[in-house]
Structure formats: C-alpha cells, structure tokens
Design a protein around this ligand. Structure first.
Ligand code: NAD
Length: 421
C-alpha cells in the first residue's frame, strides 16, 4: 500500500499512472513514455438542441482521439450527466491499450455528451445525437475514427449517427460506426460480444486456476448491455449461478440464484432490477463484497478502491466495466490472491466484434453468427493466453501484464514509424 496516501479517483490520472508503472518496468524510453500519455487530439463541441417544449438547450460533448499508431481511432460514445473531459481522455487511453492487447489494427478514442438520457424523450435524443454527430463529423470516418455504443447509447444511437454522416456525404457510409442494427450493416453477435468475450476470458482464467465454472456463484454490478448478457451467457453456457445483480437504483440478491432472462424482463418493465420477486435488497456497495466466486463490475469507474478492496471476497473479478478498479485497489487484491481480469482484456470482445463489423462493411460480405463467435473465441483465448503467460513470466498481476503486451506493441509501432518530420 506504499503509493496509497494520495489515491486519485480522476480516471485520466489513473490511466497515466497505469502507463507509467508499466513503461518503467518495460524500460521504455522516457520521451516515448511521455508521448504515450498525451492524447493526440481533443475536440469539445457545444451545440443547440430543440427540446420538445420548444426551448433550445446547449449541450456539451467531446471526442478524444488518444493514439493511432496502430490504425484508425476506435471507441464508444457515452451519454451521462457526469461525463467530463478527463473521463473521456481516460476511456480513450484505455481503448488504445484494449485494441492493442486484443491484436486489432486500431488506435483508441472515446466520445461523450453531458446529458441525462433518462430525462429526455426519444425525439430529443435523436436530435441531440444528430447534432453531436454533425459536430464531430470533421474528425470521424471509416478510415479516421469509428464510434460505437457505450453507457446509455445503443444500436439506435449508432443508426442515427450513421444516417447523419450518410446524409451529409450523399451516400450510405455504414463503416463510420459499429454496433449498428443488422439491417443497416451491423454484425451478427455484436450486441452480446463484450459479454461473450468476458465469458471466454473468465473460462480461460478458471481453467488455469483449476476452478470449475459449473455452479460457480456470480454477482453482476450494472445490469445493462454488458452486465445482462454476461449474466445470461455465464448461466446458460457455463452453468454459473447468478446470485446478485444491480443497476443505478440498487441491487437484488438471492442465494438460491436468479434467472437472468426473467430479471431482464422485469427490468424492462419496471425500469430497475430492484423489487424482483424472491430476492432481498442489496446496495451497490454491498454487491461488491458478497461471498461469490466471480464478481463482474459492469457499470462505471472507481467502484473498487483502497477503501473496499480488503472486503472483496470473490476469487475472480472480471471487469465488464472500464476502469472499475483503482491502481491502489489492484495492489491490495493482488496481495490477497484475488485474480482481476483487467477491463482492457475482459471486455475486449466488444471492440473485437466491432472490428469484425467494420471488416464486413468494408468487404461488403457478411458472416454467420457461428463465424463471429468462432473468431471471437479464438481471438479472446489467444489474447488471454498472451497476458497470462506474461504475468507468470514477469510475476505481475494480469493488469500489468496486459499493459505490458499492449504498450510494447504501440511502442514498437512508434519506433518503426519514427517521429515526423
Ligand atoms: P448500459 O448503459 O447498457 O448499462 C449500464 C448499466 O449500469 C445500467 O443498467 C445502469 O442502470 C447501471 N448503472 C448506472 N450507474 C450505476 C451505478 N452507479 N451503480 C450501479 N449500476 C449503475 O452500458 P454498457 O454498455 O453495459 O456499459 C457498462 C460498462 O461496460 C461501461 O463501463 C462501459 O464503458 C463498459 N463497456 C461497454 C462495452 C459495450 O460494448 N457496450 C464494451 C466494453 C466496455
């Protein structure tokens, strides 16, 4: 706990700290280390949206392009009242390392708009999305930067962005975003891809720990796209028992196990998992400290910190969310023998299938669901093995190992490309 005195919860400070730690361990040139901590391009946009009551409201959005040594920028778009530039910078940095560790020919970026989508009508969300897309259109495109869904955005959001960019171009540009609906060029299997990848990563981890997934207990924080599909797939395909789940309003717990599909249907109807029959209430803090085999934080950043890391009882923490664990908490969990499958690996299945979608759009040839799953499984298994072997060899935790793999690859691209001019 040596570095613990000043635990920062600023996600960008955390993202830089993670690079520093690993850069030094890799013996990276100090100048190059500085380059790898600075976002390449940052765009802030303020734009008006007509609200349903006839008023105009000005919204602020961002697009941060962190690093593109390996290929075009790639990263999701988040709608949330707490979005801020440092959060978007961190998420863009994490996308860079994620694409690299997954072996994809992409750099990393991220976007966000400060808004509360729960308090907006569908029409207002459509107009906001189209104006934001127009505002960032100067820097995105199929060979430049390709957005995708993130918190409180979905395939419909992507369809509006694709349509806006296409209307301005005068022809359809499907490859400008991924995570689209199937009918306009989406990929089979994209919706569940992040969670399917998480399931494969968890499976690979348990294999090496000689743990069995059948009957293993699971708690999921954040029952959205990532959390719901993770619960569903871990139960249906690996025989896990989902004992707890939560969302922004709180959580539910049942030691006998929950049916993920029924819980999802309940949330669709009531807007929250809270109150699901046959369960007791649990808080979002409490869910992290349950005595389970596998914990999947799948909501937002900084939920496992130096304050509560000592109370985590899970054997494996599979990070569905980006940035749920602080570096200080990482050290505590590592010392306690808890395995953290880091975000850039655990949730890398989403961007992997986004890459497949982009390849299908550019090639104009679409794959079957089996083909998507097979390729995802191969990619995930390979990336996991690479990170695991690095961790064993270097005697570090899985996050540092993942960063070692990711940063080495980007640094190598930098060295061969050279510094312009
Ligand atoms: P989503 O909007 O579909 O779901 C988010 C869920 O989190 C919702 O159920 C919401 O109620 C819940 N939530 C919000 N605030 C919460 C809080 N304070 N405590 C507990 N739950 C809360 O979003 P998503 O796409 O599932 O993204 C979740 C996480 O996964 C994010 O960190 C995101 O960056 C990451 N991620 C998403 C993808 C993807 O493909 N969608 C890929 C990689 C990583």
């Amino acid at each position: 706990m040596g570095e613990q005195a000043a635990e920062t919860l600023n996600p960008f400070e955390i993202a830089k700290k993670q690079v520093d730690r690993v850069g030094k361990r890799l013996g990276l040139e100090p100048d190059l280390l500085e380059v790898l901590k600075a976002p390449k391009r940052e765009l802030t946009v303020n734009f008006p949206v007509k609200m349903d009551d006839g008023s105009l409201r000005v919204f602020t959005g961002y697009r941060v392009q962190f690093e593109d040594a390996l290929g075009p920028f790639k990263g999701g778009i988040r709608y949330h009242p707490q979005v801020n530039l440092d959060e978007v910078r961190a998420l863009a940095a994490w996308m860079t390392w994620k694409c690299s560790v997954m072996g994809l020919p992409y750099g990393g970026s991220k976007g966000g708009v400060i808004c509360d989508p729960k308090k907006m009508s569908r029409g207002e969300l459509e107009r906001l999305t189209r104006r934001y897309a127009q505002a960032i259109s100067v820097i995105i495109g199929p060979t430049k930067d390709i957005p995708a869904p993130d918190v409180y955005t979905d395939s419909q959001t992507m369809a509006w962005i694709m349509d806006t960019i296409s209307m301005n171009a005068g022809y359809s540009v499907p490859a400008v975003v991924t995570g689209k609906p199937l009918v306009i060029g989406g990929s089979r299997g994209r919706e569940e891809a992040t969670s399917r990848g998480l399931m494969y990563a968890t499976r690979e981890c348990t294999k090496r720990l000689k743990m069995t997934l059948k009957g293993a207990t699971v708690a999921v924080q954040g029952y959205g796209n990532v959390g719901y599909h993770a619960a569903r797939l871990l139960a249906a395909e690996q025989g896990c028992k989902i004992v707890a789940a939560s969302d922004s309003q709180g959580g539910v717990y049942s030691p006998k196990g929950l049916d993920p599909l029924q819980l999802y249907a309940y949330k669709q109807k009531k807007g929250t998992v809270v109150g699901f029959p046959g369960t007791s209430k649990i808080t979002n803090e409490g869910i992290l400290e349950l005595d389970v085999d596998i914990l999947c934080p799948s909501a937002l950043e900084n939920v496992i910190t130096s304050k509560n890391a000592k109370n985590v009882q899970a054997k494996i923490v599979a990070e569905g969310a980006n940035g749920p664990t602080t570096p200080e908490a990482d050290d505590i969990l590592f010392k306690r023998g808890i395995w953290v499958i880091p975000d850039i690996l655990a949730n890398g299945g989403g961007v992997t299938v986004s890459y497949f979608e982009w390849v299908q759009n550019i090639g104009g040839y679409f794959w079957s669901e089996e083909e998507v799953r097979d390729r995802l499984e191969k990619n995930m298994t390979h990336a996991f093995a690479n990170v695991w072997d690095t961790a064993q060899r270097e005697k570090v935790d899985l996050r540092q190992a993942a960063y070692m793999v990711a940063i080495s690859r980007v640094a190598e691209a930098y060295r061969v490309r050279g510094i312009y001019p």
